[in-house]
Write a protein that binds this ligand. Sequence first.
Ligand SMILES: [Zn+2]
Length: 377
Amino acid sequence: MMYPSEAEWAGEPNSRRSPGVARTRDHLCFHCHTHLCMTPGRPLVAGLTADRTVETFEIAERLRATLDAGVTSVRDLGGVPSGYRTALERDLIEGPRLQVAVRVIGHTGGHADCSLPGGTNADPHLTEVADTADEVRMAARRVLRAGADVVKVCATGGMGSPYDDPDDEDLTYQELKAVVDEAARRRGKRVAAHAQGTAGIHSALRAGVTSIEHGYGLTDELCDLALERGAFLVPTPATVFAPLDPAAMPDHYFRKKSRWSGVTKENIAHAISRGVPVALGTDAGVVRHGRNLAELAYLVELGMDPLDAITAGTSNAARLLGVDDQLGSLQTGRTADFVVVDGEPLHDIGVLGRSEHIVLVVQAGVVRKDLLRRKGM
Ligand SMILES: [Zn+2]
């Protein structure tokens, strides 16, 4: 776990660090579940009418906002082509370093099916529809060909999709197993499963996915299975803490959200108490971009120790992304990503969720945001 004391910091070179900032702490942060192509309330048909040039600049702006929020690495779980990763690597734009799933794989009529009633696919950039073990294996090959770092599958239905429910299973156990197998053959690529209802979480864990995304229906037995398999939980609590406004969302979405919010909080709190490894991921895109670390407060509200919440966004997240040999902890010889916070997160975890309190963001040794200098501190 990385949470250096003031004394430890005294030995680190950091010429920009100002003794004038009281109660300042240093962290580094990851975010494991975003959709940079989306914004809250974006209708399904937006994919049809989007101007791709304008969208590129919008995504660049969201990347900047995410970096300013104190997040230096992000895993985008659907909708963003791998070219953004290349653009960031070449420093053409500034943002968190990026892992991408490119498109989400699910079955006909499931969570990833963006078909409109007339049959038109509303967003071919977002999803791959596949219906047998062979087809999902092919879909996995297509997303890997497109540069995916991680393969995203749907093990259950979801909230935003009109044709299904979180309790419905999406890809079958055999289909999930085919994707896990295909990904493993490709230099051990990882699989992230959108999994909300209990039955689908069970199939995904048995199939060997790396992470359960959402996990709303996790039971005590499934916590045992997750621990046994070494799977991570990315509980996206921001999606259930956000206030519900029936006027701002489709009926089916409001109905499902209302039904699941309470039980989700109980189940995630239980998973936390059971010690299932948790990694940070708000599902930004479904909720607002640039407020990613506000989720830490939700995790604490669900019973997590503040230090463990910070671990969810640092070393746990780095392990989930398979980059813990370089990132996720502040150690000599590792990549120098960290943020400086004006406040004391162990006493007020909410301070990390407010971008104006993230006063310095350093990524691979490069200063990306510096409010200290701007404020003349
Ligand atoms: Zn998502």
